[in-house]
Design a protein around this ligand. Structure first.
Ligand code: TXA
Ligand code: MG
Length: 316
């Protein structure tokens, strides 16, 4: 039986021990819940891949408490330092070359000589990382290609039979995975949309490119099917189907009859929509609808990340 640990400062020492013993533990970050293991523990990392049913060619993100630790495992460049100054701790993941003395286990990096790093801003994640003084590698705490988790119950629903511990820190504040930026070549490239936008990044380091689908797949968040509920999902909402749920946005919601409607932001606020996005899809999935119809959101700022996830979830 999975144990859900409601986080308290006094449990911190025990939580650190559980990590040091090699457990794989779900924990909250500001984006989504992660499935974490100490980044130097090969067996624990193998277990993450098994538990998630994740292809071993899909590398993990390493989470750090501060830049001085990142500096040991990576080769920091000027752009990374500028971005770190503005966005860390926070929901930006940066791909860097790994350093010669990098301690992160190779199986977390799928044998690559690059490494995805970030400093999360969630107080529980940061407390653990500060106390541990070692990086934690963590993908999102969901089975590969299914809905991401934004609270402890989401993790329990899909992985509760496969893991021993979930640290419960309530609902995540952002609700979408971190933005991923590749800084390993002279041309910075956005690999995954998130709450930190292209425009925000460009204000700090100048023009960046966005890697579109037809490019070689670098981050499997760029694979076609991803972030999917267990039932089919379609973009659009004409002609409601039998027992169909609707993921809605804004106050101009179609009046056709759906089995259930979840509105991610009636007032049309994209940040609220991001926060409610995966939870609403989890709820629709739990409602046992046969399919989900969806409204797209305005394709600006964080809205790009929401629409991108909807498109990937709708791939069948
Ligand atoms: O917000 C987040 O980023 C969450 C929380 C837990 O931090 N984590 C997360 O991890 O979304 P995951 O594994 O679901 O997504 C990580 C993405 C994958 O698409 C992976 O392919 C990509 O990062 N990635 C990791 N290392 C990479 C590398 N060296 N080069 C290119 N892509 C990489
Ligand atoms: Mg994921």
């Amino acid at each position: 039986m999975v144990k859900i640990i409601k986080f308290r400062e006094k449990y911190l020492k025990n939580i650190i021990e559980l990590f040091l013993e090699g457990n794989v533990i779900a924990f909250p970050t500001e984006t989504v819940y992660g499935l974490g293991a100490i980044a130097t523990n090969k067996e624990a990392i193998d277990n993450i891949y098994r538990i998630k049913n994740r292809p071993t060619n899909n590398p993990l993100i390493a989470h750090f408490s501060d830049l001085t630790l990142i500096e040991k495992d990576t080769i920091l460049n000027e752009n990374a330092i500028k971005l770190a100054d503005v966005f860390w701790p926070g929901p930006l993941t940066i791909i860097l070359r790994k350093s010669l003395q990098c301690r992160i286990s190779n199986n977390a990096l799928s044998g690559l000589d690059t490494i995805a790093v970030r400093i999360p801003s969630h107080n529980i994640a940061l407390s653990i990382l500060n106390e541990l003084k070692l990086p934690i590698v963590a993908p999102s705490a969901n089975p590969s290609s299914y809905l991401s988790p934004c609270n402890a119950q989401h993790v329990k629903k899909s992985l509760g039979k496969k893991i021993k511990y979930i640290i419960d820190g309530g609902s995540t504040i952002i609700g979408l995975e971190s933005t991923i930026l590749d800084l390993t070549s002279d041309k910075p490239a956005l690999l995954r949309y998130g709450s930190i936008t292209q425009e925000q990044i460009e204000k700090v380091i100048g023009k960046i490119e966005v890697k579109e689908k037809e490019h070689k797949i670098i981050a499997p968040g760029m694979l076609d099917k991803h972030y999917s509920p267990i039932c089919p999902l379609r973009i659009g909402y004409d002609n409601p189907r039998n027992n169909e749920g609707l993921l809605a946005f804004g106050n101009d919601v179609p009046s056709e009859s759906f089995a259930v409607v979840k509105n991610i932001s009636e007032k049309g606020d994209l940040y609220e929509a991001a926060r409610n996005f995966f939870s609403a899809l989890h709820e629709l999935e739990d409602y046992n609808v046969s399919s989900i119809a969806t409204m797209l959101v305005p394709n600006v700022g964080i809205g790009k990340a929401i629409n991108d996830k909807l498109k990937r979830a709708s791939y069948l």
